[in-house]
Design a protein around this ligand. Structure first.
Ligand SMILES: Nc1ncnc2c1ncn2[C@@H]1O[C@H](COP(=O)(O)OP(=O)(O)OP(=O)(O)O)[C@@H](O)[C@H]1O
Ligand SMILES: [Mg+2]
Length: 368
């Protein structure tokens, strides 16, 4: 069942350079799923969440929660936030400083007129879920950032909202805490099974937490798919770049295929299905290196000759090589193995056709 449906939503902010923060967005979120909105700063993630919550008024479109329309520009319907069954967690915790942890968590229940005993029982329960049962009597100022964020989460969960909106809830925390709380959030989501929209610009967080991932670009959704598909098959060049796929080569067809870094040789079936210019993206882990006089790493590979190693960086179990070919820098990540190259070594760079992501006019054209 769809818990949330957003249709053709438009939100413009007035002003001289009128910004279309959300531009005809369609999204459907299934019950129990965690949809992650991923995208660079200013692409409209927060605005979209705030429209769903009723904290911003959109100009066009429709929002349906659990089958009930809560916003419809055509009929002028616009339900206020407190009538939408939504819990929210923001980046900056926003706990009431003058209230204890327990009072903070009970606050949204008070508005719903539950009894004191019910409120106490429920706050105990959600504080257990976020592993902060022992902090009930403290004030927010006496808590670490990670604890404050857990309390903010507990407060949002307390009224058992159908939908949780989480806007970069971990981005104020240090790296270690983020990793810990991310895992915890994943477990809480599994345990409670709420429907969530989670905003982040951190792709590791997105792929860790998202059942599906929507990548946004200037107010629009550029790709919405399973986390796996977004990672493996970025639908557009924009998504490939946003995911930080570092090797990008413009390819054109002459007598054979020529890249910015020089001609390509070998098994070109993947490219030969196309005529026009292509943009090829390859992850550093998918590039191989071999010595110029050695056979290619695999006879089925496409190869680019004439490169040389300009830098070698060791990081854990891997080696990152920076290779220059025809004035273009390529990034190659290999496991530490016996064949190692040094700065100045001549190398041939090769890749399997299936690892090339090919784009024509900005859109993915190959099927892997
Ligand atoms: N109150 C406002 N008035 C005018 N313009 C706004 C307002 N809030 C946001 N904007 C503009 O709308 C666009 C989308 O902003 P939004 O806050 O939704 O981005 P975001 O994706 O959440 O970015 P970030 O990752 O930095 O939080 C931006 O261009 C922003 O400058
Ligand atoms: Mg934001």
């Amino acid at each position: 069942m769809q818990e949330l449906k957003v249709e053709k939503l438009v939100k413009r902010y007035p002003g001289r350079d009128q910004v279309v923060a959300v531009n005809r967005v369609d999204v459907e979120v299934e019950a129990g799923e965690m949809l992650v909105l991923l995208g660079p700063s200013g692409c409209g993630k927060t605005t979209l969440l705030r429209c769903v919550a009723g904290l911003e008024d959109a100009q066009e479109g429709r929002i349906v929660l659990e089958g009930k329309t809560v916003f419809d520009s055509a009929s002028g319907l616009n339900q206020p936030t407190h009538l939408r069954d939504i819990g929210m967690v923001f980046q900056n915790y926003s706990l009431w400083p003058h209230m204890t942890v327990q009072s903070n968590v009970e606050y949204p229940l008070r508005a719903r007129k539950s009894s004191a005993a019910e409120r106490a029982a429920r706050s105990r329960e959600v504080l257990q879920v976020v592993q902060c049962g022992h902090l009930a009597d403290r004030y927010p100022a006496m808590l670490s950032g990670g604890q404050q964020q857990r309390i903010a989460l507990a407060r949002a969960l307390a009224p058992r909202p159908k939908i949780m909106l989480l806007d970069e809830p971990l981005s104020n925390l240090d790296a270690l805490l983020r990793v810990e709380l991310r895992a915890h959030l994943r477990a809480i989501h599994r345990e409670l099974g709420f429907t969530g929209i989670y905003v982040t610009h951190d792709q590791i967080e997105a792929f860790n937490l998202g059942t599906r991932v929507a990548v946004m670009n200037a107010g629009r959704i550029e790709q919405l798919d399973s986390a796996n598909n977004v990672y493996e098959r970025p639908a557009t060049e924009y998504v490939a770049r946003f995911l930080g796929i570092r090797n990008a080569l413009a390819l054109r067809r002459e007598t054979g295929w020529v890249s910015d870094a020089g001609p390509l040789e070998g098994q070109m079936q993947v490219l030969d299905r196309h005529r026009g210019p292509l943009q090829m993206f390859v992850r550093p882990q998918a590039l191989h290196l071999s010595a110029p006089d050695a056979p290619p790493a695999d006879p089925g590979h496409m190869a680019l000759r004439g490169g040389h190693v300009v830098d070698v960086l060791y990081s854990g179990g891997e080696v990152d090589y920076v290779v220059e070919a025809g004035g273009v820098s390529l990034f190659v990540t290999r496991p530490i193995s016996r064949t190692r190259f040094q700065p100045g070594d001549a190398v041939t760079v090769s890749l399997a056709g299936q690892d090339a992501l090919l784009y024509a006019d900005g859109r993915l054209v190959n099927e892997g």
